[in-house]
Design a protein around this ligand. Structure first.
Ligand SMILES: NC(=O)c1ccc[n+]([C@@H]2O[C@H](COP(=O)([O-])OP(=O)(O)OC[C@H]3O[C@@H](n4cnc5c(N)ncnc54)[C@H](OP(=O)(O)O)[C@@H]3O)[C@@H](O)[C@H]2O)c1
Length: 434
């Protein structure tokens, strides 16, 4: 009798429902490409109404309200964790691995926080733990880093890996919307959660970058170690000045090895030159630019979230594990070895170019005084514009692009400037991508 691969689904929310559709509607394609049918045998969600779709496709699927029943079942080979969160998902994945079930998850928060011990547990139990959908949704970043480019040394991975932030900054740039307005539009369009905190503060991108740093650089990094700034500080004026200077502001995540041997990891909005492919990744799209020693530059772009794209990545992982099972070779494609703790470069040591926006008194001599103070700190100016601020009598804005400087030196100089009578508000800084 032909072997079938049996899947147990934990969580039938946005992505779970997308997976149910993908497995049902593409059953023939999946069967042909896997060499065996893949069948959903059990599904769990706290809300039974969310299992209606499963019921409508196949009345033989066991429908449960407790995800913890799934790993216990004999008719499940692969447990798919789509409940989200860290604590409960961690227990669920552990129970699945201890029961010798293979696991697919889309949960970046879980793997960024607990990945090291979960991958070790998977190895101990001879199980696969796949997570393509956890980073950049439908874009196959994990596979490219882990498999296609497995022989290369990675020099840098830069990306737009939070679609909500990119959607908001794009709306601000394209429609002239203010931040709050753009956030509301993102929520109405279904691109932002009711609580968008993790997206707009950079936390979600930090989770994904921690996974990328593990894969590409062998680094065991916790999200809390990654310098992270959200897009909530970007002002429409910054977008306008950036455009006039020939740049676009994008929510960026960067992982690269610097000359000192440390890892430069950071999440923040950045000025990207209009000639850079990342500048053209608009709206809710994600993109990842990889620079390898041998391969040179590669660029991947696509939908980073949403039911169908993310579920397609989850289904791809299920197919991969099914192939491993059919070949009798679980763990055929393993998580790259993590080399352990590595030094993360402090932001103060970052060497970068910067965009600065000063709010100053509209008086003679201010400009000369400001550039003199920057010059004394070794910060040289590449470009500068000065505008009288509308609606704020007696104040002006000076926008500056600097040449390369050490961030610690620049910040010390800005702190000193902001203590003088020259500025009327704290100076705003955005890094320029290299
Ligand atoms: N949405 C995206 O575009 C996207 C993209 C990439 C990755 N992901 C990741 O995919 C995962 C799922 O996201 P989602 O958007 O599908 O979330 P979701 O819509 O909130 O779905 C999660 C479902 O699991 C249920 N659930 C929670 N705990 C359970 C338990 N112990 N037993 C049974 N059911 C339980 C939830 O019920 P209640 O609501 O009643 O708690 C909910 O129906 C997350 O890790 C997320 O980070 C999502």
């Amino acid at each position: 009798m032909e072997r079938e691969i049996r899947v147990g689904l934990c969580g039938c929310g946005v992505i779970g429902e997308g997976l149910v559709k993908a497995l049902h509607e593409h059953a023939d394609i999946i069967r042909a490409r896997t060499g065996a049918p893949i069948r959903l045998t059990a599904a769990a969600d706290k809300d039974p109404a969310r299992l209606d779709l499963v019921r409508s496709h196949d009345t033989s699927v066991a429908l449960l309200d407790d995800a913890f029943e799934i790993p216990k079942r004999d008719d499940v080979d692969i447990v798919v964790e789509l409940i989200g969160g860290v604590e409960v998902a961690d227990r669920l994945v552990r129970e699945a691995l201890q029961a010798k079930k293979h696991v697919v998850t889309a949960n970046k928060a879980l793997l960024a926080e607990r990945g090291a011990s979960l991958f070790a547990l998977a190895e101990t139990n001879g199980c696969d733990l796949y997570f393509e959908a956890a980073v950049a949704g439908a874009i196959p970043v994990i596979r490219v880093i882990r498999e296609s480019l497995a022989s290369d040394r990675f020099l840098s991975v830069r990306g737009i890996i939070n679609g909500t932030s990119n959607y908001i900054l794009s709306s601000m740039a394209n429609e002239g919307a203010a931040f709050e307005e753009a956030l509301k539009a993102a929520q109405e369009a279904g691109f932002a959660e009711a609580d968008p905190t993790l997206d707009i503060t950079g936390g979600d991108a930090g989770h994904k970058l921690a996974l990328i740093a593990g894969l590409a650089f062998g680094a065991h990094v916790l999200p809390s170690q990654i310098p992270t700034e959200g897009i909530d500080q970007v002002d429409p004026r910054d977008i306008q000045y950036a455009r006039n200077f020939g740049y676009v502001i994008r929510p960026l995540a960067v992982a690269q090895r610097v000359d000192s041997g440390a890892l430069d990891l950071r999440v923040h909005p950045a000025l990207v030159p209009q000639s850079d492919p990342l500048a053209h990744v608009d709206g809710a799209l994600n993109a990842v630019a990889i620079q390898g020693e041998m391969v040179g530059p590669s660029f991947l772009s696509g939908l980073g979230a949403g039911a169908a794209p993310t579920a397609t990545s989850v289904a791809g992982d299920i197919v991969d594990i099914a192939r491993n099972l059919l070949a009798g070779a679980p763990m055929r494609t393993w998580y790259l070895p993590v080399e352990g703790e590595q030094r993360i470069q402090p932001l103060a040591d970052l060497s970068s170019r910067y965009y600065l926006r000063f709010s100053v008194r509209d008086e003679s001599g201010v400009l000369a005084s400001l550039s003199g103070k920057l010059g004394n700190a070794g910060i040289s100016i590449e470009k500068m514009v000065q505008d009288v601020e509308s609606g704020a009598e007696g104040t002006a804005t000076i926008a500056i692009l600097t040449h390369r400087a050490r961030e610690g030196d620049l910040r010390a100089s800005l702190a000193a400037i902001d203590e003088t009578h020259l500025t009327t508000a704290p100076t705003h800084l955005i890094r320029i991508v290299q």
